[in-house]
Design a protein around this ligand. Structure first.
Ligand code: N01
Length: 550
């Protein structure tokens, strides 16, 4: 294959088109170039970073198990030379790392920024995808990789009068690049998920007044940010091979030991002592080093939920406000949140909590939000209302597959896919972190690498066998859907409304679409490949001469 793009009429020709230059698209580009392929990446932003380019709201930082293991693993040199400063890195630090990766591997020369792919359609006769962009570019390639992000398409609630609001209005997921000043302003924040919980304490420190508009009270755990010490870095560097092997083996892709103990194996005193220790430590240790049945057993779940509710009561001084902040769903069945002084914010004089369950928003005016109990004058509205997650960015792209069938048509009732990578009727299209993959339940840079490595493996297979197209059968999609659901149904996750179940987007198919098998997933997808790509159908290459020439 050829690394040089070719021109055919006004259509640029590549071996692969990649949509998205975030964490996944950047690795896809690097890996495909290493395979000797010509690649073009399109991204609407002005630079690399994806979610880390867009989510620059105050307080944004890594809210999972953090540095130095939220990173790429494909290059040992990259690991050895990068100095992570904090365990829960700020957004700017993660973006700096990704910019460094782009520099180091000279990625930008094959990325076209400020370019939205508006149309992607499959040409059955030519066995290729053609994309058209808002800048008038038209490009074709046998393969299309959608690295469009699991948390990229913002959810903007359609509340009466919201477009009449004349003050400043920002969504946390597409925060301005220019500094936003809160000084002397009355700010309303809608949303108390990760973005709201991270930003509210920061905004409260600067604004005149903050009105928090809360629909669902949330469990949040101490962020536990601490410096990455020279000793931590030296340990990771010296033992990198061991750490990497552990990351590959761990269910969520981090180099930690999995704990086998169940909550009811311990006495109430022992449980409380463990929860207290983990609370003091902070970060995701609660879930990684706590009991292994919190997401499965109602009793175990209640023991942790009660502990966190007690903590909220201890922190929040006004009992009425504390009552409104009490979560009543199964703990961790909404994405766990790490906070940096969120509950403490409600002890400030300049923060008011509005419980939308008893006092819903009725409308916005030019300068206020009106809830059932009355009017709250505001100068700024912050929408921390999340994303049309997991499937939303694929649907926004809405590729057209065989017979011109759109993805919106194909995904009307559920997000049909096989192995979380491919979709029937959409040959040679691959998703990274799409529905049906471990995606958002896994270390995302590592997951992107592992999925992309499999996609590369699959492309090599097609070339070696002189095959022109691959897609899954309807039966294999159904079997995969059953496997995804069977795993989810062991847990309490499907029993809570969350962005994992699509409940945050009106009209979205409501089911838990993430594959919960963790690292087993990567074994499963290679098993399928070893069995001759079981579950897929192929077409012979119709343009063997072209394929040979390229
Ligand atoms: O979004 P969310 P997020 N009226 O969907 C509320 C990742 N992340 O941006 O719970 C009123 O969690 C909604 O209420 P409810 C992380 O994985 C990573 O905070 O649906 N309220 C909820 O409170 C995270 O989980 C980082 O009832 C409305 C909030 O808005 C994911 O992104 C940082 C509403 C949305 O919470 C999403 O987090 C931040 C309406 N009409 C996020 N519509 C990192 O640092 C929605 N809400 C890596």
């Amino acid at each position: 294959m050829n690394q040089q793009p070719r021109e055919s009429g006004s259509t640029e020709q590549y071996d692969v088109v990649v949509i998205g230059a975030g964490v996944s698209g950047m690795y896809a580009l690097h890996h495909l170039r290493e395979m000797g392929l010509s690649v073009r990446v399109y991204d609407g932003a002005t630079d690399v970073g994806g979610t880390w380019w867009y989510n620059r709201y105050p307080g944004a930082r890594v809210d999972g198990p953090g540095s130095p293991f939220y990173c790429y693993t494909f290059s040992e040199e990259l690991m050895q030379e990068w100095n992570w400063k904090e365990t829960q890195s700020e957004q700017s630090a993660v973006l700096e790392y990704l910019e460094h990766v782009a520099d180091r591997f000279d990625l930008r020369r094959d990325i076209q920024f400020e370019t939205w792919v508006q149309d992607a359609r499959y040409d059955e006769a030519a066995q290729c995808w053609t994309v058209e962009t808002n800048t008038g570019v038209r490009a074709s390639a046998p393969f299309l990789i959608c690295a469009v992000g699991a948390l990229s398409t913002t959810n903007r609630p359609d509340i009466p009068g919201i477009h009449d609001f004349a003050g400043e209005c920002y969504h946390t997921g597409s925060w301005p690049h220019e500094p936003v000043s809160f000084k002397g302003k009355r700010v309303a924040v809608i949303g108390t998920g990760s973005s709201g919980v991270q930003s509210i304490p920061e905004i409260a420190r600067k604004a005149d007044h903050v009105t928090v508009l809360q629909r669902t009270p949330q469990f949040a755990f101490p962020c536990g940010n601490r410096p990455v010490t020279p000793e931590d870095l030296a340990d990771a560097r010296e033992n990198w091979e061991d750490f990497r092997a552990k990351m590959y083996a761990h269910t969520a892709g981090f180099p930690f030991d999995t704990h086998e103990r169940m909550a009811m194996d311990d006495t109430p005193e022992e449980r409380r002592a463990l929860y207290e220790k983990l609370w003091q430590r902070g970060s995701f240790q609660f879930f990684l080093e706590g009991y292994n049945d919190i997401a499965i057993s109602e009793e175990a779940n209640a023991s942790l939920a009660d502990f966190v509710r007690d903590k909220i009561r201890e922190i929040v001084q006004d009992p009425k406000t504390a009552d409104k902040l009490m979560p009543d769903h199964f703990v961790i069945t909404k994405r766990p949140i790490l906070d940096n002084g969120y509950f403490e914010s409600f002890n400030r004089d300049n923060v008011t909590l509005v419980d939308l369950r008893e006092d819903p928003i009725e409308r916005f005016t030019a300068n206020s939000v009106v809830t059932r109990s009355g009017e709250h004058p505001i100068d700024m509205l912050v929408l921390a209302t999340g994303f049309d997650a997991i499937s939303g960015s694929m649907l926004r792209l809405n590729p057209k597959g065989r017979d011109g069938v759109t993805l919106k048509e194909r995904w009307q009732d559920r997000f049909h896919n096989y192995l979380g990578l491919t979709i029937g009727g959409f040959p040679n299209l691959f998703m990274i972190h799409g529905p049906g993959s471990p995606g958002v339940f896994y270390n995302m840079p590592l997951g992107a690498e592992r999925q992309m490595d499999w996609i590369g493996h699959c492309m090599r297979h097609l070339k070696e066998q002189k095959l022109g197209a691959i897609e899954p059968t309807a039966d294999s999609e159904e079997a995969w859907a059953n496997e995804v659901s069977a795993l989810a149904n062991i847990t309490l996750f499907p029993r809570t409304d969350s962005w994992w179940t699509g409940a945050n987007i009106p009209g979205k198919p409501r089911y838990f679409s993430v594959y919960l098998g963790g690292s087993i997933y990567y074994q499963r997808i290679y098993d399928m490949a070893d069995q001759g790509y079981k579950g897929f159908v192929f077409e012979q290459a119709r343009h063997v001469d072209d394929a040979e020439a390229s």
